[in-house]
Design a protein around this ligand. Structure first.
Ligand code: PMV
Length: 324
C-alpha cells in the first residue's frame, strides 16, 4: 500500500446552513451556497502504520480527541474495500484550526479524497461529497472548487444530500478577506450548537422555511454577477443564522467585541463607496467579501482596528484533489 496525499480548501457559506434534518446521518435541514477559499488549505496524508495501530496527527500533534471520529469516517472506506490495514493519518492546516474557519470542511474533504485514492474505491465527486458530509456538513461543499451549492435533499438515507458546483473558480474574481480576531478553539462546536438551536430557538422553524427563497435569490445574483445583491443576501443569511444562534437556550454567542466592530467597519466602508460585505460562521472571525479593486484599501482601513490578529486574503479556490 502506497502513501497518498490529498489537499482541499475550506469554504465559507454565502447562504448559510445551520441545523440537521437527521443528526445520525448528519443531514442538513437546509441547503446552502458557498465560496471555496483558495488560501485556506488542509493537506492530508494516509499511509500504513508500521506501529500496527490507527493514529491521527493534526498539525503534527497526536490528536486523541478527534481520532475516534476520523477513524469512524475511515470505516466507510474500509468496509467498501475490505482493507483494514492500520493507518497513520497526518492532517495539516495552514490556518487556525476549529475557530470558525471551516477546518473540518477542508479536513474531511481532503480525507475523503485521500481515502478514495488509498483504498482505490473509485468514487465520483458526487459520491465523495455524500461521504464527506458525514464528517462535517460543510465538507461536502469543499469537494468542489469555485461556487458550490449543497442540496439538503429529502430522502431519509441522505443519498440526495450532496454538493455540486454552480460555477468554477474562474467564473468571477471574487475576493475574501478572512479577518482573524481570535486564534483559540470555539466553546460550542457547530454540531451540538445546531442541536441546541433546533430544540430551543423559537425562530428555528422560520429559518428553515425561508431558506428556499434565499437560495433562489442568491442563484439569480450569481447568474447575473450582481455583486451588491450577492453581498446583501450573504449578510442577511448570516444575520438570520446568528439570530437563531442568539435566541437558543443557552444563547450561542460566537462573536467577540472585535467581530461587532468589523461589522460596523464594513457598513462604514460601504458608505464610502467601497463595495464589501461581511459574513460570519460559528466563530468570531469575519470574512469580508469584495472585488479586486477594493482589496488593498479595505486592508489599509482594517489595519487601524486594534484586536485583529491577522488578515488572510483569498481568491476562489479549486476542489479537493490528490497530490501526485
Ligand atoms: O460543517 P458543519 O456541520 O460544522 O457546519 C458549519 C455551519 C456553518 O459554518 C456555521 C455555516 C455553513 O453553512 O458553513
Amino acid at each position: 500500500m502506497e502513501q497518498v496525499t490529498a489537499t482541499a480548501n475550506a469554504n465559507i457559506a454565502i447562504i448559510k446552513y445551520w441545523g440537521k434534518r437527521d443528526t445520525k446521518l448528519n443531514l442538513p435541514a437546509v441547503g446552502s451556497i458557498s465560496l471555496t477559499l483558495g488560501a485556506l488549505k488542509t493537506k492530508t496524508t494516509i499511509e500504513p502504520n508500521s506501529k500496527n495501530k490507527d493514529e491521527f496527527y493534526l498539525n503534527n500533534e497526536n490528536n486523541i480527541s478527534d481520532e475516534k471520529k476520523v477513524f469512524s469516517f475511515i470505516k466507510i472506506f474500509r468496509e467498501m474495500s475490505g482493507n483494514s490495514v492500520p493507518l497513520m493519518i497526518h492532517s495539516d492546516n495552514n490556518f487556525p484550526t476549529g475557530a470558525g474557519l471551516a477546518s473540518s470542511a477542508s479536513g474531511y474533504a481532503a480525507l475523503a479524497v485521500a481515502a478514495n485514492e488509498f483504498y482505490r474505491t473509485g468514487l465520483s465527486r458526487k459520491e465523495l461529497s455524500v461521504i464527506a458530509r458525514q464528517g462535517s456538513g460543510s465538507a461536502a461543499r469543499s469537494i468542489f472548487g469555485g461556487i458550490v451549492e449543497m442540496l439538503a435533499g429529502i430522502i431519509p438515507d441522505g443519498s440526495d444530500a450532496y454538493a455540486e458546483q454552480l460555477y468554477d473558480e474562474q467564473y468571477w474574481d471574487l475576493r475574501v478577506l478572512i479577518v482573524v480576531t481570535e486564534e483559540a478553539q470555539k466553546d460550542v462546536k457547530s454540531r451540538p450548537g445546531m442541536e441546541i438551536s433546533r430544540e430551543t430557538s423559537p425562530y428555528y422553524r422560520a429559518w428553515v422555511e425561508n431558506q428556499s427563497v434565499d437560495l433562489a435569490q442568491m442563484k439569480s445574483a450569481l447568474k447575473n454577477k450582481d455583486f451588491q445583491k450577492l453581498g446583501e443576501l450573504a449578510e442577511h443569511s448570516c444575520m438570520k443564522m446568528h439570530a437563531v444562534m442568539l435566541s437558543s437556550i443557552p444563547p450561542l454567542i460566537y462573536w467577540n467585541p472585535v467581530t461587532l466592530e468589523l461589522i460596523q467597519a464594513v457598513i462604514q466602508l460601504r458608505k464610502n463607496n467601497i463595495q464589501c460585505y461581511y459574513t460570519i460562521d460559528a466563530g468570531p472571525q469575519v470574512k469580508i467579501i469584495t472585488l479586486p479593486e477594493y482589496e488593498s484599501e479595505i486592508r489599509e482601513i482594517l489595519n487601524n482596528i486594534p484586536g485583529i490578529k491577522r488578515i488572510i486574503g483569498s481568491k476562489l479556490g479549486e476542489g479537493a484533489s490528490v497530490i501526485e
